[in-house]
Structures are given as C-alpha cells and as structure tokens.
Design a binder for this molecule. Structure first.
Ligand SMILES: Cc1cc2nc3c(=O)[nH]c(=O)nc-3n(C[C@H](O)[C@H](O)[C@H](O)COP(=O)(O)OP(=O)(O)OC[C@H]3O[C@@H](n4cnc5c(N)ncnc54)[C@H](O)[C@@H]3O)c2cc1C
Length: 382
C-alpha cells in the first residue's frame, strides 16, 4: 500500500511503524511540519497502568518506552496549604520530545520516511499525496483536513470555557500533584508532575472569570509567568516556570460522527480530543493506530477496513471520552468546589467521573475513605 500520513505526532508515527512492520513492502511517508528536535509542551502523563495497553499487541514498543518513564504510585491533592496524598493511583510520565524521538527512530529503523518541515496544505497536493491508497490525517486537534471537511466528517467542536497554559519547571515533584490555590481573582489550579529526573510539567488552569479578573488578556508572556510564579510560590520552591511556545488556550472538545471518506481517515487528536486531566490523549492516539492497523490487516478492502476501524474502536474510545468530558466540567466548577473541606474536595476529585465508587476509594485509600466517612455518616454502614 502507498500510505501518506499528515502529522508526525504519536498517532501518525506509531501507525507508520505498525504498518511498515506488518509488511516492509508498504510505502509509508510521514509529513511533519515541525522540525525533528522541536515540539510543543513538556511531559505527558499516562494514567493507571501506563503503557500496559500496548503490551498484548506490541511488546517491543512497550519495552522501548517504559524504561524512559518516571513513575509513582500516589497522587497528591493540595487544597491551599493542606496536602492530601491519595494512594492507589499509579501514573507514569515521559517528555513529549523524548517520546517523539523514540517514535521517529523506531519508524525510520523500519523504513518509514519522515519528511520534517514538510506541510501538505491540501488533499490535492499531488507531489506529496498523489496516488496514495490511504491518506491518514494525524495532524492534531487543529487538523485542517478535518476542518475543511467538517460536513463529511460530521465534526462537532465544543470550545470549553476554562483557560489553560502548558508550562514546565525545573522543580522536580515527588508525585503527580494537583494544586488548587485561592487568590483574590479566583482559584488557580496547577497540574504538575516530573517527567524526567530534572524537569516537570506545570500546567496552569483557571476559569474564564478568573482569567479576566487577573488581567491575563493584557499581560505579556513574562508578566504571565511572573503572576503564575507568585500564585504557586510555595509549590515551586524558588524554581522558575519555563515556557515552550506556551500560550493561554481553551480546550476544544472535538468529536466526529464519520471517521473517514474516500481514502482519507482521521486518527488521534484530529479524530477526537480528550481533556488532559485524565491523562489519556496520547494513549488514545496510539490505540487508534493499533485499531487501524488491525482493521487493515483483517478486512478484505480499504472501505471495509475503514468501517471496521470505527466499529471496533468507537465503544472503548467513547468510554474514556465520556469520563474526560465529565472531568472537564469538574474543573469548570473548581471555584465552588474549593469551598468544601479539603478531604471532601479530594474525595470529590477522586469520584468526579463517576467511575470510582466509594467502595473503590476505600480499596485504593482506606485512610481517605475513613476521613471522608467521618463527615458523612450515611456512608459508614456500607
Ligand atoms: C495542555 C495539554 C496537555 C496534555 N497532557 C497530556 C497528558 O498528560 N497525557 C496525555 O496522554 N495526553 C496529553 N495531552 C494530549 C496529547 O498531547 C494528545 O492527545 C496527543 O499528542 C495526540 O497525538 P496526535 O498524534 O494525534 O497529535 P499531535 O501530538 O498534536 O501531533 C500532530 C502532529 O501533526 C503536526 N502537524 C499539524 N499540522 C500539520 C500539517 N499541516 N502538515 C504536517 N504536519 C502537521 C504537528 O506539528 C504535530 O507534530 C495534552 C494535550 C494538551 C493540549
């Protein structure tokens, strides 16, 4: 097959490798508009069982990436100055550039051609896409392939109201932490965790009202960093906040009714976005790649494979997406939730998606469950 992939993020790169490994005769090219040694953001976190989802299908990639990950067994919620460690919540993190570098190397070693600084900007780009059997749009949340064909894909975009900015810091944290601090302008939340022995992600999120009251619209990049450093001074311990193409954004919750038309198919964030608070976007992108690879292997024609891809992938994907969309709303209500006592706030966080019951909190962290039960007599008898 002649396969052309637009976008060299986790979805596109991993799909390229899977296809080339399946059959070295496939002609696979990835077009990446960025350069090899630059990317946006800092580290990404994988919830729960980290890369276990890869293991059954691809032990080699599991072994390639797992040693590079920072892992820890607990999560910490910081409610102003009260720290609540929560046991039984394993996470693993990796630098985005580190992850991509390994995926570039893996793909190239299998014979995939990656063209960096190369950006097809139309499906009629004959030089790059001409004669392809399959064109994969893996060009992220702002995919022009999807945007220009919204009617064919049945795209829905819900731009959420909270504002976030993806920073890093040289402060190295012990566990994945969510720090919530009341300020005169409203609540500031930082999602922070180390992703290498020397660096941590430090993502700041606020409601739109807080963002306006704080005056971020009129602040320079430097002023914005200084403001966030002041809010989180106790957490940063004097270490600086670092920017990497960082700017305030609102999260676009994107979904598509159709996943393909003709020989063009969506994958990864181009297909759907999952809020970063559940740490699943990269995993979903890589799972899409596995699903499309398997569908192409199992179906007798491209049309059948594209239908099979959606049919098999939709149910497990939707489950995670539903949880992500509930999680988005929890953060949108964080100013009101901060009025809860710290233990109740942490409990509310743990149970926010509806997938963790009280019995499950008890199993994961008996001390948190017991502290919560003190204030909620109705749960004690359960
Ligand atoms: C603030 C933030 C924090 C996040 N944190 C996490 C986290 O902790 N854990 C997690 O799992 N996920 C996280 N995510 C989500 C995760 O980054 C994405 O889900 C994942 O990167 C999707 O992979 P992808 O390959 O589909 O898209 P991307 O990673 O966006 O890659 C798309 C690639 O396409 C390229 N491209 C775009 N347009 C073109 C074009 N016209 N031609 C050629 N190339 C093009 C881009 O340069 C990019 O390299 C976070 C996202 C955000 C915004």
């Amino acid at each position: 097959m002649k396969i052309r992939i637009i976008g060299g993020g986790p979805a596109g790169l991993y799909f390229a490798s899977l296809m080339k490994r399946e059959d070295p005769a496939h002609d696979v090219v990835v077009f990446e508009r960025g350069s090899r040694d630059a990317t946006w953001g800092f580290g990404v976190v994988f919830s729960d069982r980290a890369l276990e989802f890869l293991r059954a299908d691809d032990e080699a990639t599991y072994q390639l990436l797992t040693p590079l990950m920072e892992t820890w067994p607990n999560l910490t919620i910081v409610h102003n100055d009260t720290r609540i460690p929560i046991a039984g919540n394993g996470f693993a993190a990796i630098g985005r550039l580190e992850l991509l570098s390994r995926l570039y190397a893996q793909a190239e070693s299998l014979g995939v051609r990656i063209e960096f600084d190369s950006e097809p900007s139309s499906l009629d780009d004959a030089a790059r896409l001409g004669g392809a059997d399959l064109v994969v749009a893996a060009n992220g949340a702002f995919s022009w392939v999807r945007n220009e064909n919204e009617d064919k894909f049945g795209t829905e975009t819900d731009l959420r109201s909270n504002r976030f900015i993806w920073y890093g810091t040289s402060k190295v944290f012990d566990s994945l932490s969510l720090t919530f601090r009341n300020t005169e302008h409203g609540v500031f939340c930082a999602h922070h965790y180390r992703y290498s022995p020397r660096m941590s992600t430090f993502l700041v999120e606020v409601t739109d009202a807080t963002w306006r009251r704080a005056g971020f619209a009129d602040m320079s990049e430097e002023e914005t960093i200084r403001h966030c450093e002041q809010v989180f001074a106790k957490d940063l311990d004097g270490q600086p906040i670092l920017s990497n193409k960082s700017f305030w954004r609102q999260f676009p919750a994107i979904s598509n009714r159709q996943w393909s038309f003709g020989n063009v198919v969506l994958m990864g964030d181009a297909l759907r976005t999952a809020h970063f608070s559940i740490g699943s976007g990269t995993r979903l992108a890589m799972e899409d790649a596995i699903a499309l690879w398997k569908a192409l292997r199992d179906a007798g024609s491209l049309a059948k494979a594209l239908a099979l891809y959606r049919e098999r992938r939709l149910p497990p994907m939707q489950k995670i997406l539903d949880a992500a969309n509930v999680s988005i709303r929890w953060y949108e209500e964080m100013d009101e939730l901060m009025a809860l006592p710290a233990v109740d706030f942490a409990y509310s966080y743990m149970t926010r998606t509806g997938r963790v019951s009280h019995a499950e909190v008890r199993r994961r962290d008996p001390a948190l469950a017991a502290a919560y039960e003190k204030n909620h007599a109705d749960l004690r008898a359960d």
